[in-house]
Write a protein that binds this ligand. Structure first.
Ligand SMILES: NC(=O)c1ccc[n+]([C@@H]2O[C@H](COP(=O)([O-])OP(=O)(O)OC[C@H]3O[C@@H](n4cnc5c(N)ncnc54)[C@H](OP(=O)(O)O)[C@@H]3O)[C@@H](O)[C@H]2O)c1
Length: 275
C-alpha cells in the first residue's frame, strides 16, 4: 500500500494511509485566519469530468476514479471544518448523478478517520457551504444532510423570494458578494467570521475559479491519473477565464505505481499571483 516519494527527492516509500492526514491542515492557519484547500483527480490530458452517457450531466470519469485516490480525498475531508461545494452538485445529487456528499469515514475502511476527528476535537462531520447565484437548490438533497450545518452563500442580487424560502426551510443564507456572484474574498471573510480554520473545496471549475481569481486558495492537491481520455466535452480544474495567472509551487509529489493504473499525487502551494 505504499507510494514512492519523488519530491522532495529522497526515494522513500511512504504508506498511503496517513499520507495526507498527517498534514494536520486543521492546525495550519495563523490566528484569525483560515486555510482553504482544493482537491481534484484528473487524467494526463486534464479531464476532471466528462459527459455522462445518455444524460446532459457530467461526471468524474470512471476510468480514473479509484479507491486509493478516494482514501486521500477522505483524509483531506477529515481535516476540514467545512466543505465548500456548488449548487450544481446538489442538483446532480437530486438526479442521482453525484456521489453522496460524503460523511467522513463512512464504511469500515475509513472508520479510523471518524476516530481521528474525535481525538482532534473536531465535530463528527464538517459543515457544508454551498455556493449559488441562481438559488435553484433541491430541498430534498439539502435536507439529506442531517448530520451537519448546511449554509448557502449567494450574491446580494440573488432572488429574495428564493432566499426567504430557503431560510424558511431552516437554512442560513449568507451574502458573499455585491452582485449576483459570490466573491472569493468575501467568502474567505465569511469563513473566518464563522470561526472556521480549515475549508475543503470539493466543487468544480467555477467555484475553484472564484477562489483562484480572488487569490484566497492556499493549497491545491492534484492527483494525475496516468491515462489519456480524449474527447471534446470535458471540464478541467480551472475552466473559466481566471482574472490572473496563478503560479504554483510544488510542495510534494508521490508516485503510486499500480498494475491497475498508476497516478501521481501532487500538493501545490499558491505562489502569489501575477497579472
Ligand atoms: N475530478 C474531480 O476531482 C472533480 C472534482 C469536483 C467536481 N468534479 C466534476 O466537475 C463537474 C462540475 O462540478 P460542479 O458543478 O461542482 O462545478 P462548478 O463549476 O464549481 O459549480 C458550478 C455552480 O456553482 C455555483 N457557483 C460557482 N461559482 C459561483 C460564484 N462565484 N457565485 C455563486 N455561485 C457560484 C453556480 O450555481 P448556480 O447555477 O446555482 O448559480 C454554478 O452553476 C461535475 O461533473 C463534477 O462531478 C470533478
Amino acid at each position: 500500500m505504499s507510494v514512492l516519494q519523488l519530491f522532495p527527492a529522497d526515494g522513500q516509500n511512504m504508506a498511503l494511509h496517513g499520507l495526507y492526514r498527517s498534514l494536520n491542515l486543521h492546525r495550519q492557519a495563523a490566528a484569525g485566519d483560515v486555510l482553504i484547500y482544493a482537491n481534484y483527480i484528473a487524467s494526463v490530458d486534464g479531464r476532471i469530468a466528462v459527459p455522462k452517457r445518455g444524460s446532459s450531466e457530467s461526471e468524474v470519469p470512471a476510468a480514473i476514479a479509484n479507491p486509493r485516490d478516494w482514501r486521500l480525498y477522505q483524509e483531506l475531508a477529515a481535516q476540514s471544518d467545512v466543505m465548500l461545494t456548488s449548487a450544481r452538485y446538489f442538483r446532480q445529487l437530486a438526479k442521482g448523478c453525484a456521489q453522496d456528499l460524503l460523511p467522513v469515514g463512512a464504511g469500515e475502511a475509513y472508520s479510523d478517520l471518524v476516530q481521528w476527528r474525535r481525538e482532534q476535537g473536531l465535530k463528527p462531520q464538517p459543515d457544508v457551504m454551498v455556493l449559488s447565484s441562481s438559488l435553484d437548490l433541491p430541498l430534498a438533497s439539502l435536507h439529506s444532510l442531517t448530520d451537519r450545518n448546511v449554509m448557502i452563500v449567494t450574491g446580494a442580487e440573488s432572488d429574495v423570494v428564493k432566499r426567504a424560502s430557503l431560510e424558511a426551510e431552516g437554512f442560513r443564507v449568507l451574502v458573499g458578494g455585491d452582485d449576483g456572484q459570490v466573491d472569493g474574498r468575501v467568502l474567505k471573510q465569511l469563513l473566518i467570521t464563522h470561526g472556521y480554520r480549515s475549508a475543503y473545496m470539493i466543487a468544480g471549475p467555477e467555484v475553484h475559479g472564484t477562489l483562484l481569481s480572488a487569490g484566497v486558495l492556499d493549497e491545491l492537491f492534484l492527483t494525475t491519473h496516468l491515462s489519456l481520455l480524449g474527447g471534446d466535452g470535458f471540464y478541467t480544474i480551472a475552466g473559466r477565464q481566471l482574472d490572473r495567472t496563478v503560479k504554483l509551487q510544488l510542495r510534494s509529489l508521490y508516485l503510486d505505481q499500480q498494475d491497475a493504473g498508476s497516478q501521481l499525487f501532487a500538493r501545490y502551494g499558491m505562489h502569489g499571483t501575477a497579472c
